[in-house]
Structure formats: structure tokens, C-alpha cells
Design a protein around this ligand. Structure first.
Ligand SMILES: NC(=O)C1=CN([C@@H]2O[C@H](COP(=O)(O)OP(=O)(O)OC[C@H]3O[C@@H](n4cnc5c(N)ncnc54)[C@H](O)[C@@H]3O)[C@@H](O)[C@H]2O)C=CC1
Ligand SMILES: O=C(O)C(=O)Cc1ccc(O)cc1
Length: 306
């Protein structure tokens, strides 16, 4: 199965599209890259830095003749963009997206996909807190997962072609049910982002009492929170509004556990705290042992011998 496409259109030209462009060129996976973004300033910047071969004046213009179209816009506007480009998609083309939420995106996009166009939703589980056309880089997807969530009955050749493309970009590819994807991501990404936003907000409130000490004495954990809390506000507003149920479910459980630990602290119940932290430490070690933390210093080598 070839991983290459002759003409790829990227709608939205930020971190994720930019990284696809760089990685596709690195892997010689594309003939011509065409791009479109809503703002004139973003289109001008993309043209200036040569992010794509052609910058189109409209989304409809961008997708004409493209064999692969990838929607790289915030989750909340996927449906509107699909409505705009739907009538202009080439028969036989693959339409995909990179949204962090899958079920609502599928519900919003699918009605605008004409017969003969194959809709294969995807989610690269890789990113940074940066956004915009200059933030992309070729290695973003290396060794990371991209999850494909094709609706039932999707053309298998189209799924295989898109999977081969993502592998060419450096990713490991797996398929998942959309609703399951949204629950998993609520636990591993969406709820943690909300917690980071909250923690940084609390620290900012405290700063008025402690002056600059909150920033000055930030330990590594809090610095990571500030990095995550610097992520794009539009993108994350849309993630929460579109993965409402799963995120609320996980946050409900989170607050219950938090209350239990709060109580253990108040009552001096060290056994509960120690048992809890022992369990969570084992989870982290399990991730490293399975070789699944590509950022860990010992990635791929497991834990040092005991
Ligand atoms: N940032 C991250 O770490 C990750 C983001 N994603 C998903 O990827 C998508 C894009 O995110 P980023 O590249 O980070 O965002 P970004 O903010 O860097 O880029 C978004 C782009 O979409 C354009 N845009 C916004 N509304 C538009 C519209 N109505 N029509 C045309 N263009 C429009 C903007 O001009 C910008 O070029 C989002 O759906 C996000 O959930 C997925 C994985 C990781
Ligand atoms: O920067 C981080 O720590 C991230 O968590 C990146 C990220 C953000 C959104 C996604 O849907 C997937 C990955």
C-alpha cells in the first residue's frame, strides 16, 4: 500500500498542519501541498515561510483536485468547514481531520461528505502548547500514536492508505471506536489539561499574596502545568465543549478521589496516602516498562535492573 498522495490540501495552517507538511516532505509522501487558513495573516505567513506549495484564497479552491484533504482546524468549526468544502471534493478523495475529539466531529462532518468521498477521521496523539503556522516541526509524530476512528462501512483501501501515510509521517497507527477514543482521551489528555489550567489559575490568585514566589520557586511538576496551561484557548474551549460527557464523568471521579485524599490528610491517615501513592507509582513504572513513554530517559530500555 502506497503512503504517498499526489495532492494534499491542509485546511487550517497551525501546529498540526505545519508538522504534517514538514513530515510529509521529509518522507517524500506528497507531490503538491496546498493550504488554506481563515485568517489572511496566517495565509501570508504560510506563503512567506514556504509551508505549502500553494496557498489558496478559499477552502473550496484548496480542496479541488486534492486526493487527501485534512481538516486541521479547531474541533468546533469542523462541521462548518466540511459544509463549505463538501461540494468541491474530488470523487475518490479521502477526507480526514485531526481533531482531539472524535464523536462530535464525525456527527458534524459526515453529513457533508458526498458519495464517493471516503471520510477517515484521525487523531495524532502528539502536540505541544504552541500554535500557528511557524510552530510545526517534522519530528512531532515520530514514535507517537495516531488513532483512526473510521465509521462502520468505510472503504478499507482508504483506511489503509491513510494509515500508511501516518506511518510515513513517523506515527504508530491504531484503530479505535470514536466513543471509546473520547473516553480514553478524557482520562489521558482532556481532564489533565483542565486540572493544569485550574492549578495555574490558583497559583496566579495566590501570587497576589506571595508576590512573585510562586513563579520563582516553581518545581518541575508545576512548570509542566504552566506549559500545558499555555495551550491555545480556542482549541481547548472546543475540546471541552465537544467532549462534555466523558470529561464530566472523569472529573466527577477525580473530585471524589481528591476529596478522599483531602480527608486522609485532614485526619492524619498516612496509611491511605501511602497505599495510594504506592499504587500510582506502580502505574508509572508499568508505562516505562512497557516502553510507552517516549520522553523517558530510559525509553525503549525498560527499568534499570532492581
Ligand atoms: N495542539 C495540539 O497539541 C494538538 C491539536 N490537535 C487538534 O488539531 C487541530 C488543530 O490544532 P492546532 O494545529 O494545534 O491549532 P492552531 O491554532 O495551531 O491552528 C489552527 C488553524 O486553524 C485555522 N482556522 C481556525 N478556524 C478556521 C476556519 N473556520 N476555517 C479555516 N481555518 C480556520 C487557524 O487560522 C489556524 O491556522 C484541533 O482540532 C486540535 O484539537 C490534535 C492533536 C494535538
Ligand atoms: O503538549 C501536551 O502535553 C499535549 O498533551 C499535546 C496534545 C494536545 C492535544 C491532543 O489532542 C494531543 C496531544
Amino acid at each position: 500500500m502506497t503512503a504517498r498522495f499526489e495532492r494534499i490540501a491542509l485546511i487550517g495552517l497551525g501546529l498540526i498542519a505545519g508538522s504534517i507538511a514538514h513530515a510529509a516532505r521529509r518522507g517524500d509522501l506528497v507531490g503538491t501541498l496546498v493550504g488554506y487558513a481563515r485568517s489572511e495573516a496566517t495565509r501570508a505567513k504560510a506563503a512567506e515561510i514556504g509551508l505549502v506549495d500553494e496557498v489558496a484564497a478559499t477552502a473550496a479552491e484548496a480542496v479541488k483536485e486534492a486526493d487527501l484533504v485534512i481538516l486541521c482546524v479547531p474541533v468546533g468549526v469542523m462541521g462548518a468547514v466540511a459544509a463549505e468544502i463538501g461540494p468541491h471534493l474530488k470523487p475518490g478523495a479521502i477526507l480526514s481531520d485531526v481533531g482531539s475529539v472524535k464523536q462530535t466531529v464525525i456527527d458534524a462532518v459526515a453529513p457533508h461528505v458526498p458519495d464517493g468521498v471516503h471520510f477517515v477521521p484521525s487523531h495524532p496523539v502528539a502536540g505541544t502548547e504552541h500554535s500557528g503556522p511557524e510552530s510545526g516541526f517534522a519530528t512531532l509524530y515520530d514514535g507517537r500514536f495516531t488513532l483512526l476512528t473510521p465509521p462502520e462501512g468505510t472503504d478499507q483501501a482508504a483506511v489503509d492508505h491513510l494509515a500508511a501515510f501516518w506511518r510515513g509521517l513517523g506515527a504508530n497507527v491504531e484503530e479505535m471506536e470514536p466513543a471509546h477514543h473520547d473516553l480514553v482521551l478524557a482520562v489521558t489528555s482532556h481532564a489533565p489539561h483542565l486540572i493544569a489550567y485550574t492549578m495555574v489559575g490558583v497559583a496566579d490568585d495566590l501570587r497576589r499574596v506571595t508576590h512573585s514566589e510562586v513563579i520563582k520557586y516553581s518545581a518541575a511538576g508545576f512548570r509542566d502545568f504552566t506549559r500545558i496551561a499555555a495551550s491555545d484557548p480556542t482549541m481547548w474551549r472546543d475540546v471541552f465543549l465537544n467532549n462534555k460527557e466523558a470529561t464530566l464523568e472523569i472529573l466527577g471521579r477525580f473530585t471524589e478521589e481528591l476529596f478522599a485524599l483531602q480527608r486522609a490528610i485532614r485526619t492524619g491517615d498516612g496509611d491511605t496516602l501511602h497505599a495510594y501513592f504506592t499504587r500510582t507509582r506502580a502505574i508509572r513504572r508499568g508505562i516505562i516498562e512497557a516502553g510507552q513513554d517516549t520522553d523517558a530517559p530510559n525509553f525503549g530500555r525498560g527499568l534499570p535492573p532492581k
